[in-house]
Design a protein around this ligand. Structure first.
Ligand SMILES: *Cc1c(COP(=O)(O)O)cnc(C)c1O
Length: 382
């Protein structure tokens, strides 16, 4: 008799730290017939999404631009520097700020660290002192290459104490909507649709300080990524060029979902922190090693000899998609996403699959510890 195999037709679980899965309520909202972007209907949605973003990040102004996150990084360098920037590079995304600066003809001073190592405020200050012409300092709140968290509050505070004219540009693409961001010394805060907002890629968000606004109002730079032009338009709830209408409709659906479920931003932050902590406790109970010295809550990152095989077995056997590492971390790490509102049963399934995989690989026999530790560390309220 011919042996049969179960053909799995179920969707696999997407657990990569961006793009994150887009839930059904958002997909439905975005499937409504297309609006023209210059209509009162769309302007109302735009105004609401704009207000909700300002409430979320707590800055006096926010702009939405049609591009992936990198476009917003480039925009900030174009608009907040003309000659020289300082960039903190503890990974692929920090490296990108430097690369953008050089591509735009800026002189780039860089702090380069291992990808598990956050920068510190003192080294930033030391460099500012020997480079008094630095106009703008760029860094990540969470560097997604290794899942680390920089001490951004101290860094931003130190910069502004030293010279309040320096622009502080923070890439919060994997922090916005994940954790409460202390914005008091930040001039531009960058977000992206495809991470914690659970939207398709294509919308970038830039929160702006009063100081940044003052500058933008009096300096026009760039063409497509011209923040002065966008500011004038978006204050009237329209955009300089065609808006990403469907993603903005999806974004507004995200905010409405929170209200409908009685969720405040603090609840999302608490949930993300709780699942990140519980996941890391569970991974450590499996004797897996957490990679970054200071992990961010947007993802958990494990380093090890066998991570490439673990990723492969998880995908083939359990239909779980984790992300590996890039460049120097290729085949050395795996990354589990915590952004967006991920159901507990999905994370529980992923952890169980990891534990089963370790048994398959003869690394450790299965005893259910991952799920036990995970749930011991989850603190649910009603
Ligand atoms: C995802 C991500 C980006 C944006 O990358 P795009 O591919 O341009 O959207 C930027 N910074 C960080 C830290 C990210 O995680």
């Amino acid at each position: 008799m011919k042996s049969q195999q179960t053909k799995i037709i179920a969707e696999s679980l997407l657990f990569t730290p961006g793009p994150t899965p887009t839930p059904e309520f958002i997909r439905q909202a975005m499937s409504q017939p297309t609006f023209h972007h210059r209509t009162p209907e769309f302007e109302t949605i735009f105004a609401n999404a704009r207000q909700n973003l300002m409430d979320l990040i707590g800055m006096p102004e926010v702009l939405m631009v049609a591009s992936s996150g990198t476009g917003a990084m480039e925009t900030c360098i174009t608009n907040f520097s003309t000659r020289k920037i300082l960039s903190i590079n503890s990974g692929k995304f920090g490296e990108r700020f430097g690369a953008i600066g050089r591509a735009l003809g800026r002189e780039v001073i860089e702090i380069v660290n291992e990808w598990d190592t956050p920068a510190n405020a003192q080294e930033v200050l030391d460099l500012l002192k020997v480079n008094p012409d630095i106009e703008c300092v760029c860094f990540q709140i969470c560097e997604s290459a290794g899942g680390l968290s920089h001490p951004y509050k101290e860094i931003a505070h130190t910069i502004k104490q030293y010279n309040s004219n320096i622009f502080v540009v923070a890439d919060a693409i994997t922090a916005m909507g994940v954790e409460k961001i202390e914005i008091s010394n930040i001039d531009a805060l960058i977000g992206g649709s495809q991470k914690a907002f659970m939207l398709p890629p294509g919308l970038a968000i830039i929160g702006l300080s009063g100081y940044a606004l003052q500058h933008i109002e009096s300096h026009s730079s760039g063409y497509y990524f011209n923040l002065s032009k966008e500011l004038k338009n978006q204050r009237k709830n329209t955009t300089a060029y065609t808006a990403t209408t469907s993603i903005i409709i999806g974004l507004q659906a995200y905010f409405e979902m929170l209200v409908k479920n009685g969720l405040h931003f603090e609840d999302i932050y608490y949930y993300s922190a709780n699942i990140a902590n519980a996941t890391r406790q569970a991974l450590q109970a499996l004797n897996l090693q957490i990679y970054p010295k200071v992990p961010a809550n947007s993802m958990s990152v494990v380093i090890g000899e066998n991570t490439k095989d673990i990723i492969k077995i998880l995908k083939m056997q359990y239909k779980v998609n984790l992300a590996g590492g890039q460049d120097r971390l290729k085949d050395k790490i795996f990354r589990i996403n915590h952004m967006g509102y991920i159901p507990l049963h999905e994370i529980s399934f992923v952890l169980n699959a990891i534990e089963l995989t370790l048994q398959t690989m003869n690394i450790r026999s299965f005893d259910g510890v991952a799920n036990r530790v995970f749930f011991e560390n989850i603190t649910l309220s009603n």
